[in-house]
Design a protein around this ligand. Structure first.
Ligand SMILES: *[C@@H]1O[C@H](CO)[C@@H](O)[C@H](O)[C@H]1NC(C)=O
Ligand SMILES: *[C@@H]1O[C@H](CO)[C@@H](O)[C@H](O)[C@H]1NC(C)=O
Ligand SMILES: *[C@@H]1O[C@H](CO)[C@@H](O)[C@H](O)[C@H]1NC(C)=O
Ligand SMILES: *[C@@H]1O[C@H](CO)[C@@H](O)[C@H](O)[C@H]1NC(C)=O
Ligand SMILES: [Zn+2]
Length: 511
């Protein structure tokens, strides 16, 4: 209705009244109070949205959010970049420094031979006596400890004693750096080095072959695990559910120790570590087997072995999982008979399946998350594809099955490039049960949990997620761990003490 027709129709006084007194209602702008209500309602669903804060925590939160806004307004935003290029920026970030000092609870998705900084392997382990190296046809290396020159292996040069090799060199830096590059995917030009998932997975798996001869040497095996716990503790983590292949280990004279030796070594080293550092709670082991080197028969044997180990080491053995690139391997459903074995035998073997670490929608592999839930998995490793399956997502929430989100791993292995587009962002905004972990930090040039927490807080959580989200992530890591309810209580007490101290110290440090 035009103004002219309004005047003619005698409605002009009403028109003026509305225009003068009530511009909002008249202009068609929706009710701001209703809008505020909806915004608050949505925010309360976000991870951390219902977490209460003390006055001190609120004060600290205000400081954190100020830092976060500043960093999000900067010219470069690390979560939008490849981690290899973002890492130096993150290391200079105030938010990262905050997260690094913060007690983060437990690391629930970490693999046995990717825990420890690769520089330690080269500078410490390869400098031990009796360490041999051979150079492969495809420009990689293999290591082996031995009293005598080992028997040569296919596609590799003759074995050379490293001590002899280094003695002939004026400067070993270049050689050592080349070893470090073989043990990690880290490079300044990731896009050129790893143009596809196939290429990056090939290098990823090769890194495990390089580390193998070092870490399966019995004395190194124990030192490596101890060093790994040390590095996670230094990153303010108190507990690990460690996925472990439980290989046979070897001694200098070639003698081989069986899988029980390996389990016992984990148990004893963790116990020693707790004795040395009583502010740490320990580690439990999820026995993992490769999904594609194994026939169904071998998986059946592995499941039986897992049940046996569970009886022998009830406190240390947490459960069972299959590892390796999902897209290249058999599905969980393919192994259904083997995986049903514990239930058929009246046993209870907890599962912690990797599932949904794929971009391929609608494939058989894409059903792994559903099958993991049907087999009563305790958690889902990655669950990258979960948001594409609304029903499976609903089921996992109802069953209280947390997703283990590993942002840097997903980026380096090329499921997503800009972490703002990571699907777990949606899960977080919807308060879905999840934890943040680091998968293979050493291979990605990361360590502990802090880099992944940073990416999750800044990239996945967005501007509105705050200290309450970080707190809920730490709680979740304990709540969804494999620990008994008694040990969960103990972990929670331990964490709460460290957290309160952190809040107090951060406030006095910044004031
Ligand atoms: C290697 O680390 C062990 C502890 O794990 C330590 O005792 C030893 O001195 C280190 N050796 C070198 C060469 O750094
Ligand atoms: C691995 O080490 C070998 C031997 O030093 C070297 O020639 C090769 O370039 C290294 N690989 C990478 C990816 O740097
Ligand atoms: C060894 O070589 C590296 C670079 O190749 C160099 O940075 C370093 O200073 C050298 N060290 C010595 C002791 O000459
Ligand atoms: C999973 O748990 C449900 C409910 O407790 C049970 O009915 C079902 O048999 C279990 N399935 C397996 C494979 O253990
Ligand atoms: Zn993994």
């Amino acid at each position: 209705m035009s103004l002219h027709s309004l005047i003619r129709s005698g409605k002009v006084s009403v028109f003026l009244l509305v225009l003068l007194c009530c511009p909002v209602l008249c202009s068609g702008i929706p009710d701001p109070a209703y809008r505020d209500y909806l915004i608050k309602e949505e925010m309360s669903r976000q991870m951390g949205g219902k977490v209460p804060l003390t006055d001190a925590e609120m004060q600290l939160n205000a400081q954190l959010q100020k830092m976060k806004r500043q960093e999000m307004g900067g010219s470069q935003f690390p979560p939008a970049m490849h981690f290899f290029q973002a890492k130096p920026l993150i290391e200079r970030s105030a938010v990262y420094s905050f997260i690094q000092r913060m007690p983060k609870g437990a690391a629930l998705h970490v693999h046995d031979f990717a825990m420890v900084d690769t520089a330690w392997l080269v500078k410490n382990v390869t400098y031990r006596p009796h360490c041999y190296v051979c150079f492969t046809d495809d420009q990689s290396v293999r290591f082996l400890f031995s009293l005598q020159v080992p028997k040569s292996i296919p596609h590799c040069s003759a074995w050379t004693l490293l001590q002899t090799l280094r003695a002939k060199m004026v400067n070993c830096t270049d050689l050592d750096d080349s070893f470090i590059r073989n043990l990690t995917l880290f490079t300044d030009h990731p896009e050129e080095a790893y143009p596809s998932q196939d290429v990056v997975w090939k290098r990823f798996e090769q890194a495990f072959l390089v580390v193998w001869g070092l870490v399966t040497y019995a004395p190194v095996f124990k030192d490596y695990f101890y060093e790994g716990l040390k590095q996670f503790r230094a990153d303010h983590v108190i507990y690990l559910d460690l996925r472990a292949l439980l290989p046979e280990t070897y001694e200098l004279d070639g003698k081989v120790n069986d899988r029980s030796w390996t389990m016992r070594a984990y148990q004893e080293v963790a116990q020693q570590f707790i004795t040395d550092y009583p502010d740490f709670l320990g580690a439990r082991i999820i026995f993992t087997v490769h999904r594609y080197v194994c026939s169904a028969v071998r998986i059946t044997e592995a499941v039986k072995e897992a049940m046996r180990l569970q009886k022998e080491f009830p406190e240390t053995m947490a459960g069972f999982d299959l590892v390796g690139r999902e897209d290249a391997g058999r599905t969980l459903w393919y192994f259904r008979e083997a995986l049903a074995l514990p239930k058929d035998l009246g046993d209870n073997l907890p599962y912690f399946f990797h599932a949904g670490e794929t971009n391929w929608q609608g494939t058989d592999v894409d059903q792994n998350m559903l099958d993991a839930l049907l087999f009563n998995t305790s958690r889902i490793g990655h669950g990258f594809a979960l948001t594409r399956h609304p029903l499976v997502k609903e089921l996992s929430r109802k069953m209280g099955v947390a997703v283990e989100v590993c942002p840097i791993s997903n980026q380096v292995l090329k499921l997503v490039s800009d972490l703002r587009n990571h699907p777990a962002s949606e899960l977080m905004n919807d308060g879905h049960p999840l934890v943040i972990s680091s998968d293979d930090p050493a291979i990605f040039g990361a360590n502990g949990l802090s880099f992944d927490f940073y990416e999750a807080f800044m990239g996945l959580g967005g501007l509105r997620s705050d200290i309450r989200m970080l707190k809920e992530l730490a709680w979740n890591s304990i709540l969804y761990s494999s620990l008994s309810s008694q040990l969960k209580d103990k972990a929670m007490d331990m964490w709460t003490k460290q957290w309160d101290k952190f809040v107090e110290e951060s406030l006095s440090y910044q004031n």
